[in-house]
Design a binder for this molecule. Structure first.
Ligand code: PAZ
Length: 325
């Protein structure tokens, strides 16, 4: 994951970024993806927003990237991220009038599915005679709300869902999205909640076929994934409002690491969270100070993403005003 403390010089960082992209397996249907994102961005950039300006667009990243160990991948390294943070935040951004590019790990939690049971198809549907299917009464309200909120977001061009699996796909897709959002200037936001692998096996050194256990203990060299936050800020979308996340399990180093990432990558905010308490509280780290944000524990269905995204929206509005001056 994002360690924030890579010690590469600017030149070797540029080299490792170039080497990452030139050696990565080419993204399938990249032209089609670019066209879809550009169309989504262009369409939204012409739409007036309630505040007198144009509609803002946020790229929300969500879920964890995998690191394949074989080119014909049987095994891969993964991480814990469920996609809850990204999916929940995407819903709040859409509700607030943002258009959301939802770059998510395939199979993780999706917007508007949180209130449904884990296996909605089998738990919410039942047979109605031999040939029809109906929604069980117990799920009816949740299903109606999910469908209507989801359809409204998609039909209103407020949600574009783009899945990735590997670290190679994620970073190539992020680059395409960021470059497509560049013309939006400060109206663009990046909310980088995905848990991105820190280490990977370069494609050219990766075994082609399934690694054989008969060969004895596995000896494999993983190299550092180059930090793309700096190039996102410097080249891909320099005027966009950028928020990265920092996860640690040791509370003693969390805020220090978040502060380091803020300064090193020139983020506008870094959201610091701990693995075990991430659904209860986060700390928003900015150059002006640290703001703790809590879930409202008096409300059973509350989440920390609601106050968090509200605070971020306010900071983004101030940023837009200051940048346009
Ligand atoms: O996906 P989730 O809701 O289970 O967890 C969210 C999170 C902890 C992955 C996110 O808040 C985060 O900190 N992402 C960045 C992790 C990192 O690379 O440090």
């Amino acid at each position: 994951m994002e360690s924030g403390d890579g010690a590469l010089s600017a030149t070797s960082l540029d080299e490792s970024i170039t080497s990452f992209f030139t050696s990565a397996p080419p993204l399938k249907e990249s032209d089609n993806l670019r066209e879809r994102v550009m169309e989504f961005v262009e369409l939204n950039s012409t739409i007036a927003a309630g505040d007198g300006g144009h509609r803002k667009v946020v790229c929300v990243t969500s879920g964890g990237t995998t690191v394949p160990l074989e080119q014909r991948c049987v095994r891969y390294i993964d991480n814990f991220s469920s996609g809850h943070r990204g999916a929940t935040s995407a819903e709040y951004f859409v509700k607030a009038g943002y258009a959301v590019v939802f770059l998510h790990r395939r199979g993780t939690i999706m917007p508007y599915t949180r209130s449904l049971p884990e296996d909605p198809l089998l738990e919410c549907l039942e047979l109605d005679g031999d040939s029809s299917i109906r929604v069980r009464q117990s799920c009816s309200d949740a299903v109606k709300k999910s469908i209507s909120d989801h359809h409204a977001a998609v039909a209103g061009n407020l949600l574009l869902k783009l899945p990735f699996t590997t670290i190679f796909e994620y970073l190539q897709m992020l680059q395409i999205i960021a470059k497509a959002m560049k013309p939006l200037g400060p109206l663009a936001m990046f909310y980088l909640a995905a848990a991105v692998s820190d280490f990977y096996v370069p494609w050219q050194t990766m075994a082609e076929h399934k690694i054989q256990s008969a060969s004895g203990p596995l000896d494999m060299r993983l190299v550092q994934v180059p930090k793309m936050l700096a190039i996102l800020r410097k080249e891909w979308a320099p005027l966009a409002f950028c928020i990265s996340f920092k996860l640690e399990t040791d509370s003693k180093i969390l805020l220090e690491k978040a502060d380091m990432a803020l300064r090193k990558y020139k983020m506008h905010m870094v959201i610091a969270n701990e693995l075990l308490t991430r659904k209860e509280e986060v700390t928003v780290v900015t150059v002006d100070g640290k703001i703790p944000v809590y879930r409202d524990k008096s409300q059973p269905d509350s989440d920390v993403e609601q106050p968090l995204t509200e605070l971020i929206r306010n900071k983004h509005s101030t940023y837009i005003k200051n940048t346009n001056r």
